[in-house]
Design a protein around this ligand. Sequence first.
Ligand SMILES: Nc1ncnc2c1ncn2[C@@H]1O[C@H](COP(=O)(O)OP(=O)(O)O)[C@@H](O)[C@H]1O
Ligand SMILES: [Mg+2]
Length: 247
Amino acid sequence: MIEAVLAVEDLSISFGGLHAVDAVTFTAERNRITTVIGPNGAGKSTLFNLISGALTPVRGHVRLDGIDVTGAPPNRMLSAGLARSFQITSLFFGLTVAENLRLAAQRLEPNLRLWLPTGRSRRARERVRSLLDQFGLADKAQYPAGALSHGEQRRLEIAVALAAEPKVLLLDEPTQGMSHGDTELTATYVRKLAQSVTVLLIEHDIGLVMNLSDKVVVMNQGRKIAEGPPAVVRADPAVQSAYFGHA
Ligand SMILES: Nc1ncnc2c1ncn2[C@@H]1O[C@H](COP(=O)(O)OP(=O)(O)O)[C@@H](O)[C@H]1O
Ligand SMILES: [Mg+2]
């Protein structure tokens, strides 16, 4: 059954007179990939900041599995099941790949910490092991994160965001600055992710968007101008003129 796990309703914020995100409404369905596209400055990253609670909307709601989490702080978002990876890298470069993952995985079951240290650390350890395998980083586990290639660092960021076992994962331009090969590889990982997590993606590589997405949400000047399956959205005249630059 297809079911909305994330529901964004009438979400709005202004900076001075600029309606950066203006009455945006859409849903993301469970274990599907929903991609937000639009020209530079359309409001995509601001939309993610509103969804993740980094910014508080002046109007509208964010619901996770029916629970209102609008403007909640990051730790509450994480326990409600929403994680994000940042467009700007947020890794500890001096720590190893495995240590970066372990730190993130240790957020699992924080309340049991004092009671079940061994069981908890075993669970975190297994989580680290499985993420290393899942993202092709097992042979780099003991490298400092700062010694990885750009593509590997971006993959590690996604793995770090997944370590706390979120229901919904927000990825803001995960392929930004990547080589073609790394972009393809990342697409493969993102596709696999959707087996266990609902993915909300911002991506500018339109070929990738068409290939990867179950649903595309198109933004222009703060507003949603289209939402639907990739092929339908691509054929939409409003999208053609706003995004692809011709009618
Ligand atoms: N903190 C802020 N203060 C003022 N203006 C902002 C802020 N964040 C974003 N903006 C503006 O809001 C608009 C949308 O930005 P953004 O969400 O980053 O677009 P996108 O990610 O689609 O490229 C842009 O015009 C940007 O300059
Ligand atoms: Mg952006």
